[in-house]
Design a binder for this molecule. Sequence first.
Ligand code: TXA
Ligand code: MG
Length: 354
Amino acid sequence: MTDVIRVDPVSPDRAALKPAADRLRAGALVAFPTETVYGLGAHAMDPVAVRRVFEAKGRPPHDPLIVHISRIEALNQLVTAIPDAARALAAQFWPGPLTLVLGRATAVPDEVTAGLATVAVRIPSHPVARALLELAGVPVAAPSANLFSRPSPTRASHVLEDLKDRIDVLVDGGATNVGIESTVLDLTGDAPTILRPGAITLEALRKVLPQTVIASPGGRGASASLPSPGMLDKHYSPRVPMTLYEGTGAVDAIVADARLARNRGQRVGILAADEDRRKLGAAGGVEGGPPLKIVAVASADDADGIAARLYGALRELDAAGVDLILARGFPARGGIGLAIQDRLRRAAGNRIAT
Ligand code: TXA
Ligand code: MG
């Protein structure tokens, strides 16, 4: 049984959150909203609770979790040392969608870090996450609250779709704001290295740490002996095959390929921008063919809107029962655009048409 507690996203009722926080501290699995996506929380210092997270998600045990804390003082028990770089970044970006990979203290269970010598930590900014973490009073390990390899959840309904009756509590705080997962930055190597792009951008990080670099896709982190598991290809994927169309001719190519697929009798799903709708009308072809499902995320110029709607759109296309998804890429003009491109490419399992 999953108990659902609904709270106000801006000023959550602490009395309503208290039982969830108590259960979290006692070893229960509690899903909750953060500013990025919903997390599936467990007491990070309780190895049994952490193992249940992996079971509930069907996540392989070699994929480490992010530890969430409410105050910077809580870092001391988790890491070997707090480098100046971490202090500078925390002052600028915490609470917020930035995860720092630091040297791991021995007190952190192997289950959390997948046995790595490092641990990933962040202070989320979502009022519900902050209140829950404060009330729990313990560090909380929380991956995204989806089944392994499904798109991360940006609404409580997405969490239930994947994890109903596999978790103890779901705190419903409405839709998340950012819509894609935090930036993961490794501070244990020679240069600060972005392992996963997110809303805290390369440009923003370089203002604090000018040496910051991005790990090459599929490459190794600056220090880890394994590539960050979140960098595995085809990590965030819809259930049906998806092809990503990049470049200027993307929408025309989607129209052409959608027509061909429908002529073969396939049900086609299309992920597009608002302004593509008219062109895409042509993909509908003749009346009476198999259904065509178009989901427009936002205007192509509105990167924040695209990020916020992206995972919900992928889930909507999946749920529509289409046979294949044709997705429009968005040029990564810097900012969060890089993270959007990264997630779309992964969702497509690198099946990219240009
Ligand atoms: O926004 C987010 O980060 C969300 C919310 C819930 O906070 N969480 C999230 O967790 O996306 P998850 O488990 O889906 O992704 C965690 C990422 C993975 O790519 C994992 O490989 C990486 O963080 N990670 C965790 N610990 C690491 C470590 N010690 N070294 C390198 N990468 C690590
Ligand atoms: Mg995840």
